[in-house]
Design a protein around this ligand. Sequence first.
Ligand code: 5GP
Ligand code: MN
Length: 345
Amino acid sequence: MLKDLLSPAECGMLRSLIDGAHNIVICCHVNPDGDAIGASLGWAEYLKTLGKEPAIVVPDQFPDFLQWMPGTDTIVRYDRRKDEADALFAGSDLVFCLDFNQPSRTDAMADALVGAAAPKVMFDHHLAPDMPGCSLMVSRTEMCSTSEIVFRVVWQLGGFDRLGAAFAAPVYCGMMTDTGGFTYNSTRPGIYFIISQLLTKQIDKDKIYRNVYNNYSENRLRLVGYVLYRKLVVDRARHAAFFTLTRRDLLDFHFIKGDAEGLVNIPLQIKGLKLSISLREDRDRDNLVWVSLRSVDDFPCNKVAEMFFNGGGHLNASGGRLNCSIDEAVEITKRAIAHFEPTLK
Ligand code: 5GP
Ligand code: MN
């Protein structure tokens, strides 16, 4: 069985915050991924069983391959419906912050979030939580995903029996995507106890896998081929690799959000490779390069993200951004790899 995630005091605090709230907002980080969306939808389902009507507000667009999840049509995008979202934050009496560790991870939404007078509750699994004024911080870096935290909290609160597939599918999806289909960060037995419980809610886990990983456009597949053939730079001596995706590349392959998802993992299939870095030019804004990093074993790509790319994240999966040209980003990347040479070798 599962060990309790919350202390008795945290549990009591959470119950009383929920009991007293009428206008609940659930929000997550910019560029929402499967875990951010899955945890938000799953937690909303739980709150609905308590008679609440939570609103889910996300900073910007999430990938098409997450659209299949029940309830995504109700999600409010901050970049599209700012006034409505601002009003939701201003009128809220409880805000759940899911899958991020600091307000800056919500980008343009941060002011509305920080400015909301409502008490805030964080469910997150990233290092170094820093959420000023947060009433309850459930920050558990050992969890595979925020979706796992959502499951465990619901389980501990005794809410699981009343929930169905609309809860189980997004929670499963979040756990699956944050572990690369249960290929990293996913060795704890508790994870498989949770999966066995989620499967009792008549979800089709194989279909969920296909919905997420085998649901790309032809353009995306050709983009992968192009990157591996033409763009990948492998530093064999230092066991590292990187590639760029320029605005030109994005245009050539009719790039849509999500098309680069998972690309950064592929170079790690090279024997002995420890670090892979993706540099992607923003489609609209000049001098903005999105950085994704992946590593294996105990090589800390989050340290690379912190030192060189204004970011952070987990030991083996992190991200950041650079305000410079793609050529400068390449130079910074080379310097980063050289800097970490002693631990990469
Ligand atoms: P991705 O490469 O998928 O965008 O991000 C991988 C992981 O790094 C995710 O868990 C994400 O939360 C984290 N991450 C991405 N960008 C940042 C960032 O700027 N700061 C921090 N602290 N974490 C990030
Ligand atoms: Mn996550």
